[in-house]
Design a protein around this ligand. Structure first.
Ligand code: GLN
Ligand code: ZN
Length: 761
């Protein structure tokens, strides 16, 4: 019985690759140094998998930045502005595409399906001259072979590559990316020939777009592509890996009929409909790569349950053809539990990071082959049982309160326009009120203070004094700038989710549980392991303090339940909605405490609401329903005169605008400037928005200072589609990554622009 891993994290157990990359980019180390660190990481991963007993070990899942950019390099599809003149693509061109250089900005980056990983979007037009310009796949195959490990080279599949691409700027609207398929396949054939010559006997194409609800002509592209590749692939075993969701029935039919393909990989963790499809019919003589070990989470596998699933599949596909695998690449989970020194043994026994998941996959394969490691299985069963029964997981009162939420809709009793009137009588704001999204620049000094307090190097008094001073300065600055609704600047927060997680029960934190977000950037999601509750108020002290410094309204600043959920590792023993409702109740308590403390504007950020949208269309309405409901629960209890803001940062809202309206916030501030004001088009097309709305007037992701006229122009464009009495003026997002030298002039211009237009109205 065989075992397989779809892909593995690249960063290393202690983010070795991150530090090597950043030092190279800063000119502090050489290309050779970077290559050496990378080769060592690859070697240790291959040896680790081989040592564990994994049969199908992936190669070419390492990347200096991103696997889709690697495919772009392989195809020589470098946009002309990077001035590449041919030959093997080196670090210069590669990193310019990834990060931009002194003269040319980077290529666009976007989220990889519903993960927090970002890939570099290929830009293609009818004139691209594809050439085989990076031999990375074959080089890595040979490198592993030299170490005595025969691997399965992994390539981003040709159809997925094209479906994830975008037309280059200036390309005619009628241009179809899929029309490039023959040209792209010509290069794939060269790569395949190279891999064959180097001795590869298997090859893996990642085609995760197959899990999306694709139109017929896109499915047809898969049929055409693999028919075209079939002769080149003959003599090889070919695995098509899909992941991240149940595969639609149509796509399953297409996939299992592809020419030249001998193996199919499925995510059997997310949903169970794929299992039904397999039971309904699986082509004889083909391999099934059964992804039963979760690549997206950090929980130890329920081995006995997985074994039962696998035994069922054995009856369908045959003993020889079943391969135990991960549900997706392990890129999306943490690296190695061994380095977690701060988690207690009980919680640790419930977890498995990438290194532990390899062992699980192997243990399942061995068990199927009749060599069950009884000790390992019984330790696993004991951990599963302890997780089910631990008093740390269950809080009966929370369960009960969350269950009681169901039957009700939780809407504020008064409608939004009457609420806005009541709020205006209290707040007395000018037309086009100005505000910011929450955070102010996080200086080196500020980070030092927080770090030293955490490490007990300074006393609580010293810490409070320093933060208080910072808040006072931020408030003073906003008054000077003449902003209408102020913020305290969030100096006490490292991260908008971690800050709340640390104060809520049911959360645990890792020391090294990093997951790659993009390039060298990693995030460390908290782990939600138990029922969530709020032992005491979390933000009231700082918000009241900030309010005491000013007569202007001070916004209380909270992170919403859906965002806390989407940016954490979430428990898998109850539906995500259940966990979100629990968090919603905790945030509700906080909202009401802020109101009691005299805070009359409260912002509840839902930055990640959009990104949690399920990939399959059939699941989206249900998600939006409970996500929006959870948001409303947080603020259903406040008075009409308390103004609830929310904030979102992601440029594509048009498909969920009705859900956004259904959140029933009084004011929404929303990312807008990076997306060419695409957001405004929904209002142009007639969607009515009655609540307050502040589409960002400038992009905070760039150090550029927007001139007053430019901002005024943006506001005028908004006024063309939105009523003047609902429009707010604010940046796109929080200012924490900016410098004061950028923030001061930018906000000065923003306020000036608002005043300019107020005078004209
Ligand atoms: N209030 C947060 C801030 O300003 C919001 C951040 C975000 O939307 N990502 O930093
Ligand atoms: Zn934002």
């Amino acid at each position: 019985m065989a075992s397989h891993i779809v892909g593995y994290p690249r960063m290393g157990p202690k983010r070795e690759l991150k530090f090597a990359l950043e030092s190279f980019w800063d000119g502090k180390s050489s290309a050779e140094d970077l290559k050496k660190v990378s080769a060592d990481l690859r070697a240790s991963i291959w040896k680790q998998m081989a040592g564990t007993g994994i049969k199908y070990i992936p190669s070419n899942t390492f990347s200096y930045y991103d696997q889709v950019l690697d495919a772009t390099a392989t195809l020589g599809a470098v946009p002309p502005r990077y001035g590449w003149t041919g030959g093997e693509i080196g670090f210069d061109t590669y990193f310019s595409m990834a990060r931009g250089n002194a003269t040319v900005p980077a290529m666009e980056m976007t989220k990889w399906f519903d993960t927090n990983y970002h890939f570099i979007v290929p830009e293609l037009g009818p004139d691209v001259k594809f050439t085989y310009a990076s031999h990375k796949a074959v080089d890595e195959y040979k490198e592993a072979k030299a170490l005595g490990v025969d691997t399965v080279p992994v390539l981003v599949g040709p159809v997925t590559y094209l479906l994830l691409s975008k037309p280059a700027k200036g390309v005619d609207k009628s241009f179809s990316l899929l029309s490039l398929l023959p040209k792209v396949l010509a290069i794939y054939k060269e790569v395949i020939a190279d891999l064959k010559a180097a001795g590869a006997s298997w090859i893996q194409f990642d085609e995760p777009t197959l899990v999306l609800d694709l139109e017929a002509h896109k499915l047809q592209a898969f049929t055409d592509a693999y028919a075209e590749l079939a002769p080149a692939l003959s003599g090889l075993n070919v695995l098509i890996a899909t992941y991240f969701a149940d595969i639609p029935a149509e796509a399953y039919k297409t996939l299992t009929s592809l020419a030249g393909v001998t193996a199919y990989g499925f995510d059997l963790v997310r949903g169970t409909k794929t299992l039904d499809l397999i039971k309904g019919g699986f082509p004889s003589g083909k391999y099934l790569f059964a992804g039963v070990v979760d690549g997206r989470n950090i929980w130890a596998n329920d081995l006995s349950a997985s074994l039962t699933t696998l035994q069922g599949l054995e009856g369908i596909v045959g003993k020889e053809k079943l391969v135990v695998s991960t549900s997706s690449s392990l890129l999306h989970t943490a690296v190695d539990l061994v380095n977690e020194t701060k988690l207690d043994d009980e919680i640790k026994s419930w977890l498995a990071f990438a290194a532990q998941k390899i062992v699980e996959v192997n243990a399942l394969a061995s068990a199927l082959a009749g060599k069950k490691d009884e000790a390992f299985f019984s330790a696993n069963a004991a951990a599963q049982a302890s997780r089910k029964s631990s008093p740390r997981v269950t809080n009966a009162a929370v369960q009960k309160a969350a269950a009681a939420l169901k039957g009700s809709d939780h809407r504020r009793a008064t409608n939004v326009s009457a609420r806005l009137d009541a709020q205006q009588r209290k707040l007395n704001l000018p037309i086009l009120p100005t505000t910011t999204i929450g955070s102010f620049p996080q200086t080196v000094e500020l980070r030092r203070v927080r770090r030293e307090f955490k490490a007990n190097k300074i006393s609580e008094d010293e810490y409070v004094k320093a933060i208080k001073e910072e808040i006072r300065k931020v408030v003073e600055l906003q008054e000077e700038l003449d902003i209408d609704v102020l913020v305290h600047g969030e100096p006490e927060r490292n991260d908008m989710v971690e800050y709340f997680g640390e104060q809520l029960s049911g959360f645990a934190f890792t020391v090294n549980g990093w997951v790659q977000s993009y390039g060298s950037r990693c995030v460390k999601p908290p782990i939600i392991y138990g029922d969530v509750s709020r032992p005491k108020a979390m933000t009231v002290f700082w918000s009241s303090l900030a309010q005491s410094f000013t007569k202007r309204p001070m916004k209380g600043m909270l992170t919403g339940p859906v965002t806390i959920l989407n940016w954490s590792f979430v428990r898998n023993d109850q539906p995500r909605s259940e966990t979100t409702y629990q968090i919603a109740l905790a945030i509700k308590d906080e909202v009401e405490d802020l109101e009691k403390a005299g805070i009359s504007v409260i912002q509840i950020d839902e930055a990640a609401l959009r990104e949690g949208l399920p990939l399959r269309k059939s699941e989206q309405a249900h998600y939006l329903d409970w996500a929006v409901h959870a948001f409303r629960i947080t603020n259903v209890g406040v008075q009409d005169t308390t103004q609830i803001h929310t904030h979102m940062c992601y440029s594509n809202f048009n498909d969920i605008i009705h859900s956004i309206i259904d959140m029933d916030a009084d004011v929404i501030t929303i990312e807008n400037s990076r997306s060419d004001e695409k957001l405004l088009s929904v209002f142009r097309e007639g969607v009515k928005y009655g609540a307050g709305i502040g589409p960002g007037v400038y992009d905070i992701h760039s150090p550029r200072i927007p001139p007053t006229e430019e901002i005024a122009d943006r506001i005028n464009k908004m006024l063309a589609v939105l009523e003047k009495n609902i429009l707010w003026v604010n940046p796109d997002c929080g200012l924490k990554t900016r410098k004061y030298t950028e923030v001061k002039p930018a906000l000065t211009n923003m306020v000036a622009a608002a005043k300019l237009i107020r005078n004209e109205l």
